[in-house]
Design a protein around this ligand. Sequence first.
Ligand code: ADP
Length: 186
Amino acid sequence: MRIILLGAPGSGKGTQGERLVAHFGIPKISTGDALRAAVKAGTELGVKAKATMDAGKLVADELVIGIVEERLSQPDAAHGFILDGFPRNTAQAKVLDDMLDRLKQPPMSRAVHLAVEDEEIIARLLDRANKEGRVDDKEDVIRHRIEVYNAETRPLLNFYGHQHKLVKVDGVGTMDEIFARIIDAL
Ligand code: ADP
């Protein structure tokens, strides 16, 4: 299983990704988590990415591509993995296809679209802001991240649709309901 989780910020990719990790016993690669860890640790990558992330913009492709390539080359990713937050634009999606080819790995199996309306997304992220205090969970930054998603990431629905890999899942409901829908769709 080589699964991409696609969906707006706050659509539940992180939560459902963790469940897929437990279900399939394969690792999850989250570029957002990796970047936040780098910021916290004050590494060169973190220093480069911080201001862009705080503004809700996409960090440079080469930074996230480096993260993914390094992680995909680890032995535990050889038999499958889940991508959360990558690819986020068409350029990254093309690089991913080439990277798997180069690493002699089979191509991605599925892209799961967790579909949630913008209004629900904003409500969820504002709620998360109160609980987790993420710097980019402020209303103006949230709106910008949704715009970036619609402009840059949404075209990937077509990209994976053309590859006959896209499955759409209703992302509103309880965590269990949504997880059951994903397993069904896969
Ligand atoms: P969310 O899905 O809630 O926006 P993420 O944790 O996936 O949160 O991403 C947080 C931030 O990290 C993004 O707004 C962006 O700045 C950066 N980021 C994560 N993944 C990528 C990526 N693939 N390409 C560019 N920037 C990324």
